[in-house]
Design a protein around this ligand. Structure first.
Ligand code: NOJ
Length: 754
């Protein structure tokens, strides 16, 4: 691709003034003009730190107009916008860029399309539980079609930050704790977003984030430091980004955090040596919001000008909204502090990405008509429903409470059962809560007999209430439904007429996502209290969990007979849940993240090392005194309405690879899908190795009674690791291979492989 555009890029660079070059590096976030002029981010900050009230914020938002800085655009000082999500505005601004600037270089519009644009699909952590690259690609394609119709050219996704700490709010935005899964998820998303040909109007640039290891923020506190050995970085964190680069991603967002003391925004070894030189990346880097300027806060840059010098030198091409390049670069180049060749290299990356996205040949990639026809198409809703069905994990089903029979009388409890906007989860900025089907609505649409309702128990922590609008949604829906069935005044009357109780619990959408780390991932007291009272009625209780991260739910796991982990399932939430509850769809999802007993165990993950004193009964072993050693639910865990049995594990070593075979049988009476997982362990290494490491997986459909034998082909390279000198080691030794339906319950076979 490079060859095709390089001559045109050089020609353009030859014509550009210094200011025009710097303009290409500028991503503008429109500011809000209301009572005063501030950026949206600043306005949000003002509300969060109490300088303005929520009401004032709402008033300002409703009266404020956006300022797109058109004069700067006309002067060639803006190369990109962030957050424009409608065709009319995008085309209006693009027309200025193409027709009124001296060189007519088109804009590229970036937007956070994290799990769907308007047709919101499950949060990525939820969707990852489908273990289904084909699904991930198709939902990525759908998001690209919808977002591009609304004028978006680039999405700030996928996020492939491996996240082992449930306290970190952004676990919801990625594919969980495993590096292989994150890589498969990210590569599929890149293929989906960018489509067959990135220059097509319905393809969008994938901006992979957050490079690198943002998910390893110390103590799970957002934006916190990351410090780890280079070996761990290369084994457990970098491969997921590399998988996305290999899949052709044209943009990368360096992370907010530092790695071993050097913030990623100014980390030349990461952005130049690894990304460009080692991995051959030819697209553009875009900073995270304001991140270049924040290098002053990090204490790595003396001032904003110094931050600009360091960032451009490190290989940071585009400045997302901190304005340090536009403020400083011209002077810095003129004084010789910044070499113009560094600026040219950054501009070339951005132009190359714009060429690859087809923007020079067709800068107007959408119309208001296309936007109208595309948004929330029926086939999009159908795919969102499929994605939700495939993401919902059946965690427990004691006494086969599920699936429900058609004529069962249901009591529905918990505010979240009636919530619509809550279903979108974190990072769904193009969403409209009204598009969502709540659990109550989904049950009603499925013809379920809901005989009693109770909106009790808060959605999350006491001090963090759901959005006011969402509560009133819930209240008006309750009023509507209660006209038909009557709202219970107490738990006993809720239970009186029903055969089974469905209780919606979990956390609010604002309790996960960016800047939503939690020092306590337990359920709120109100929720536990509600569950206790529901259980005391003697009716079987089904807990439906809505959350964006693993929660510590030992009480639920022990006491409640049936549990569905729904995550935040997106616009089709209620319909997909009804499909599962009534057995129209057999659940097949499996956890991509470990569920600990308590917050104090975080970070807890399956691929840990043994230590010299592996956890056990003895006193001086690696464990906590007050929690079990094992998690509540392990990585890879999930049940089905049918059962699967594993047998006949075989290991055959060849010159370059090992073949692991296993036979899986559906031993129940229903058809179902099983996610078959293959792990390995190297017994002895030059550095200590994990007790188990996912190396392959496959989701297979089985008829009742059907049996299949699978073979996983595992290359020597996949079994390799780094020694203390950073040599990549693929030598033989003693290995154990595992195959099973979750990380804790596998068949295993040990072999010496030379
Ligand atoms: C900050 C977030 O870290 C990043 O993920 C997002 O893409 C940008 N803001 C833009 O909204």
């Amino acid at each position: 691709m490079k060859e095709n555009y390089e001559a045109r890029i050089q020609e353009l660079l030859g014509k550009m003034t210094l200011e025009e070059k710097i303009g290409q590096l500028q991503q503008c976030g429109p500011s809000l003009v209301g009572a005063f002029e501030v950026s949206f981010e600043e306005l949000l900050n003002m509300m969060f730190d109490g300088r303005i009230s929520e009401e004032e914020f709402g008033r300002l938002m409703s009266t404020a107009e956006q300022d797109f800085h058109e004069e700067d655009l006309r002067a060639g000082k803006i190369g990109s916008y962030n957050g424009v999500g409608d065709a009319a505005t995008a085309n209006r601004l693009q027309k200025i860029a193409v027709e009124e600037t001296r060189l007519g270089i088109p804009l590229i519009f970036g937007y956070d399309v994290i799990h769907g644009f308007r047709t919101v699909t499950p949060v990525p952590l939820g969707e990852s539980c489908a273990w289904d690259p084909d699904l991930w690609k198709r939902t990525g394609r759908m998001a690209a079609q919808e977002a591009s119709a609304a004028g978006v050219h680039m999405t700030f996704a996928p996020m492939v930050d491996v996240a082992k700490d449930a306290r970190w709010g952004r676990v919801s935005e990625g594919a969980g704790e495993d590096v292989l899964l994150n890589g498969c998820y990210g590569a599929a998303k890149v293929q989906g977003f960018q489509g067959e040909d990135l220059s097509n109007d319905d393809s969008i640039v994938a901006c992979v984030k957050h490079f690198a290891a943002y998910g390893a923020a110390e103590a799970g506190r957002d934006y916190n430091r990351v410090d780890m050995s280079p070996q761990r970085l290369w084994e457990e964190y970098l491969p997921s980004y590399k998988a996305c680069v290999d899949a052709g991603a044209m943009a990368i967002m360096p992370a907010f955090n530092d790695i071993s003391g050097v913030p990623c925004s100014v980390n030349r070894s990461l952005l130049m040596d690894v990304l460009r030189d080692k991995w051959g990346f030819e697209g553009m880097t875009v900073s995270d919001a304001n991140a270049i300027a924040e290098c002053v806060n990090h204490g790595i840059a003396a001032d904003r000008a110094d931050a600009a010098v360091q960032a451009i030198h490190a290989g940071m091409d585009m400045d997302m909204t901190s304005n340090v390049y536009t403020e400083n670069l011209a002077e810095l180049v003129k004084s010789g502090t910044v070499d113009e060749a560094e600026l040219d290299r950054a501009v070339a990356d951005i132009l190359r990405t714009k060429f690859a996205a087809g923007l020079f040949d067709h800068p107007y990639q959408t119309s208001e008509e296309r936007e109208k026809e595309t948004i929330l198409k029926p086939e999009f809703r159908a795919l969102a429903r499929e994605a939700a069905q495939k993401s919902i994990v059946l965690l427990k089903n004691e006494g086969d409470v599920l699936p429900l029979s058609d004529n069962v009388k249901i009591g529905l409890a918990g505010q979240t059962a009636f919530a619509k906007a809550e279903m979108t989860g974190a990072w769904a900025i193009g969403a409209n809560g009204d598009d969502c089907v709540s659990l109550a609505e989904g049950l009603a649409a499925a013809g379920a007999e809901v005989v009693s309702l109770m909106a009790d128990g808060t959605m999350g922590n006491q001090e963090e209430k759901p959005e006011a609008a969402d509560i009133s949604d819930a209240v008006s829906l309750i009023t509507e439904l209660t006209d038909a069935v009557g709202l219970s005044k107490n738990y006993e009357s809720l239970a009186a007429d029903c055969d089974v109780i469905i209780a919606a619990i979990g956390e609010t959408k604002d309790q996960s996502g960016e800047a939503a780390s939690r020092a306590n991932i337990e359920l709120s007291e109100e929720q536990i209290c509600m569950l206790k009272r529901l259980l005391a009625t003697g009716k079987p209780v089904i807990a439906v969990l809505f959350n964006g991260r693993p929660l510590a739910i030992p009480f639920v796991a022990e006491q409640v007979p049936a549990i569905l982990e729904a995550w935040h399932p997106g616009v089709e939430a209620g319909n997909a849940l009804a499909d599962i509850l009534f057995g129209k769809v057999n659940p097949s999802a499996k956890l991509t993240t470990t569920f600990p007993y308590t917050t104090g165990q975080c970070p807890m993950y399956y691929a840990h090392i043994n230590t010299g004193r592996p956890g056990g009964k003895g006193k001086y072993t690696s464990k906590y005194l007050d929690t079990p050693l094992t998690p509540v639910y392990p990585f890879g865990y999930g049940k089905s309405y049918t059962t699967f049995a594993y047998s006949n594990l075989t290991v055959e070593a060849g010159a370059d690879a090992v073949t692991v075979g296993v036979t899986v049988a559906n031993t129940g009476s229903r058809a179902g899908d099983e996610i078959v997982q293959c792990y390995f362990k190297r017994h002895t290494g030059r550095r200590v190795r994990p007790v188990k490491q996912l190396v392959a997986f496959e989701k297979i459909s089985f008829q009742a009674g059907e049996e299949k034998t699978l073979n996983f082909w595992i290359s020597r390279e996949q079994m390799g690791y780094y020694d203390s000198e950073m040599n990549f080691i693929t030598e033989g030794g003693r290995f154990t291979f595992f195959a099973g339906g979750n990380s804790a319950d596998c068949l295993e076979e040990t072999a010496d492989i030379m």
